[in-house]
Design a protein around this ligand. Structure first.
Ligand code: ADP
Ligand code: ADP
Ligand code: ADP
Length: 213
């Protein structure tokens, strides 16, 4: 199965992608996680990406597409994948079509998680992420078993620097301008599945699983 998670920042893409990945045994590919890891490791790509991420801007298409193209070639993704946070521009979506076509692959579904702006702001405010595995928690809606510690890997949870309100506003603007056109792009291709992301995590998850049957 090949799935894309679409939706504004903070909608729950990563949270749902992780659950799907565990239950269906398909790997999650998160471009945000790839960039954060590169930033942590101070690689040249990470240093370039950080300039954009810290300002709430999208990283330029040519950087992102190169990374995804390399990743999708790996044999561990031959059976399927969940793309979380990619594509985010029409140009990225067109590149993805070409990459998949070249490899004789096609998409099964694009899950569009919809959340109101107020709902999104509340999610950023309470989001805590694992430094090590990228798992996402919420102090109110999805707290870890031990405060401040990741359930999965036992490492420390931190606030993402780009979850600060001013940066969040820029990220939402980038989403409106550059990512919302993808809704129409995938609707036309009969791949779009709209999901009400306002419900609790487990209900959203059930709706997604039902929609994939
Ligand atoms: P969120 O989960 O809140 O939407 P991500 O973790 O997906 O955020 O992305 C964090 C940042 O990484 C983005 O604000 C952007 O700077 C960069 N990024 C991630 N994926 C992409 C992409 N497909 N295209 C451009 N930039 C990206
Ligand atoms: P995205 O990857 O789309 O940026 P995340 O999966 O990181 O979003 O979720 C953003 C924040 O909202 C996290 O703190 C997460 O725990 C929380 N969250 C995710 N889904 C829900 C939900 N359905 N209800 C309440 N909080 C949620
Ligand atoms: P507002 O009145 O605050 O603009 P909207 O309902 O128009 O409320 O949009 C709220 C948020 O949901 C916006 O940040 C936007 O990015 C996002 N959004 C709007 N329409 C969609 C959609 N069809 N799919 C996914 N996200 C959407």
């Amino acid at each position: 199965m090949r799935i894309i998670m679409l939706g504004p920042p903070g909608a729950g893409k990563g949270t749902q992608a992780k659950k799907l990945s565990e239950e269906f045994n398909i790997l999650q590919v998160s471009t945000g996680d790839i960039f954060r890891k590169a930033v942590q490791e101070n690689t040249p790509m990470g240093m370039r990406a950080k300039e954009y991420m810290s300002k709430g801007l999208l990283v330029p298409d040519e950087i992102v597409v190169g990374i995804v193209e390399e990743r999708l070639k790996q044999p561990d993704l031959a059976e399927g994948f969940i793309l979380d946070g990619f594509p985010r521009t029409i140009s990225q979506a067109e590149s993805l079509e070409q990459i998949l076509h070249k490899n004789g692959m096609s998409l099964n579904a694009v899950i569009n998680i919809q959340v109101s702006r107020d709902g999104l702001i509340e999610r950023f405010t309470g989001r805590r992420v694992c430094k090590s595995c990228g798992a996402s928690y919420h102090i109110k809606y999805n707290p870890p078993k031990t405060p401040g510690i990741c359930d999965i890997c036992g490492k420390e949870l931190v606030i993402r620097p780009d979850d600060e309100l001013e940066t969040v506003k820029k990220r939402l603007k980038e989403y409106e301008q550059k990512t919302t056109p993808l809704i129409e792009f995938y609707r036309k291709r009969h791949l779009l599945i709209n999901i009400d992301g306002e419900k609790p995590i487990d209900e959203v998850y059930r709706d997604i699983v039902d929609s994939l049957r």
